[in-house]
Design a protein around this ligand. Structure first.
Ligand code: FAD
Length: 456
């Protein structure tokens, strides 16, 4: 007998409960990935994620071929394609990972109904995409935690399932048609410095990180130039690294760095359980502060300068250019550029969130929208009116200016931390650098924000 395994945000062979279950009792398996037309129509399949996904599918196919199988790729409506593959292969069951976004639940309901109408069964496996699924941990009187610290306390004490190894053999039935796999180099518009995708690369990175990087994470995670975070976010987004396995392995590695890293993995689950309970949090303020944000119409020039990394605040511009070049940005950069847009420029956070989603290889509705809300002060931040000063942020997290010089080559000739305060340079020296003056005065910007939030 035959099962279909529908791969989604879990593009790996290790620690894959749906695949393990589907192979049970010596069944043949059709490993299927559908390039979902609804995801494409929603504009979510942007070049950077499409390119990384191509790597992931190639690597998954290679992994399967090494186990006697292969990957089947289809394009179109995910329910129709999955049912068609089940019919063609004579499968009587479909296995997939549970996800908790509104779209994923809708997909699951449609798929279950369509399969059952044909006498087939859908098995949905929890705890695959997140370490702890939404709804597992709840406070008294609510269906989700709105604040991170109490969530983290419960999460840290929750017993995770043991990770699974990869199967040795994945026997795939003959005669199921696959489209050619997408190829990364054929995706136009990709950021030139985009990282490589795929489970092999993800596992290599996780192992190297736990061996040589995580130890210093606690002290160095905010060092912009040191680039001392795991860079595992795209792998966690596409599921080429299992969050459950990452937590287990980090805990085994031990030490304050690994512990701090595990705490960050908890943030990922935290945001997902907020979004599962409050889907509108992705698009609307979920704590209205009566903001009358500046918009694409009223702040067009400021928004454009921010997007292009030409605000005249070097650390902001460096981070925005890192995003354009790599499709990834350091967390400290994300915090300070988001604060700059939403609070210093007082522009609607959704404009920034959209720009990030258009480029981030780890771009993820839960993490992106809810982190933006956290920074904008409409989410769960306990200090909603805090404004990050880009000069102080630069001096603190890029003390020597090396991050700025790496990403803003016009300023490569300015030595040391002076790069964060160009206006203090002698006029003749300042004139040598072809770099804009600040687009906004920080004092005036702060006053505007305080007025808008009624803080005076
Ligand atoms: P590490 O520091 O090594 O952390 C390990 C993992 O923990 C990350 O890979 C990530 O999965 C998780 N994590 C860390 N910080 C957070 C956090 N604040 N929220 C949720 N998960 C976290 N992360 C995304 O994965 N996708 C996004 O679209 C995204 N958008 C963001 C937008 C803004 C405005 C901000 C402030 C943060 C955003 N983040 C997002 C969170 C965070 O910046 C990235 O996860 C992190 O920079 C990825 O780098 P890393 O893998 O080296 O992280």
């Amino acid at each position: 007998s035959v099962s279909v395994v529908l791969f989604t945000g879990d593009l790996r062979l290790h620690d894959h409960p749906p695949l393990r279950a589907a192979l049970g009792g010596g069944r043949e398996v059709v490993p299927l990935f559908v390039r979902d037309s609804a995801v494409e129509a929603a504009g979510f399949a942007v070049p950077n994620r499409r390119a990384f996904l191509a790597d992931c599918l190639q690597d998954l196919d290679e992994g399967l071929r090494g186990r006697g199988g292969r990957l089947v790729v289809r394009s179109g409506d995910v329910v129709r394609e999955t049912c068609a593959v089940a019919t063609q292969s004579g499968a009587d069951e479909v296995h997939m990972s549970g996800e908790h976004t509104r779209y994923a639940r809708h997909r699951e309901d449609r798929l279950r109904a369509a399969l059952e109408a044909d006498g087939r069964r859908l098995y949905v496996h929890d705890g695959v995409v997140t370490a702890v699924d939404p709804g597992t941990l709840t406070p008294a009187g609510s269906d989700h935690f709105a604040v991170f610290t109490p969530y983290h306390r419960r999460w840290a004490g929750h017993r995770l399932r043991e990770p699974l190894g990869a199967p040795h053999r994945v026997p795939v039935p003959d005669g199921v048609h696959s489209e050619p796999l997408p190829v990364r180099t054929e995706v136009a518009g990709t950021s030139p410095g985009l990282a490589a995708g795929g489970e092999t690369e993800g596992r290599r990175r996780l192992t190297a990180w736990l061996r040589t990087g995580a130890g210093a994470y606690e002290e160095r995670h905010d060092d912009l130039a040191g680039d001392a975070t795991s860079r595992l976010s795209p792998h966690l987004h596409f599921g080429t690294v299992s969050a459950t396995e990452a937590v287990h392995r980090a805990r085994r590695a031990g030490g304050p760095g690994a512990e701090a890293f595990v705490r960050q993995l908890c943030w990922r689950d935290f945001h997902r359980q907020v979004l599962a309970a409050r889907p509108a949090a992705s698009a609307r303020d979920y704590r209205t502060r009566h903001d009358h944000w500046r918009t694409a119409r009223t702040a067009a020039d400021d928004i454009e300068a921010w997007r292009r990394g030409l605000t005249g605040y070097p650390v902001v511009d460096a981070a925005m250019r890192q995003l354009a070049h790599e499709g990834w940005m350091h967390n400290r950069g994300r915090l300070l550029t988001a604060s700059f847009l939403a609070k210093t420029l007082y522009v609607d956070w959704r404009i920034g969130a959209d720009h990030f989603l258009g480029l981030l290889v780890d771009g993820d509705i839960a993490n992106n929208q809810l982190n933006w809300q956290w920074v904008a002060g409409t989410g769960t931040d306990s200090r909603p009116n805090r404004v990050l000063n880009p000069v102080l942020q630069g001096r603190r997290y890029d003390p020597d200016g090396a991050y700025v010089r790496r990403w803003v080559p016009e300023l490569a000739g300015v030595s040391g931390p002076a790069v964060h305060e160009l206006w203090k340079l002698p006029a003749a020296e300042r004139a040598r650098y072809d770099y804009p003056e600040p687009i906004v005065d920080l004092g005036e910007a702060l006053a505007r924000f305080r007025r808008a939030r009624d803080l005076d």
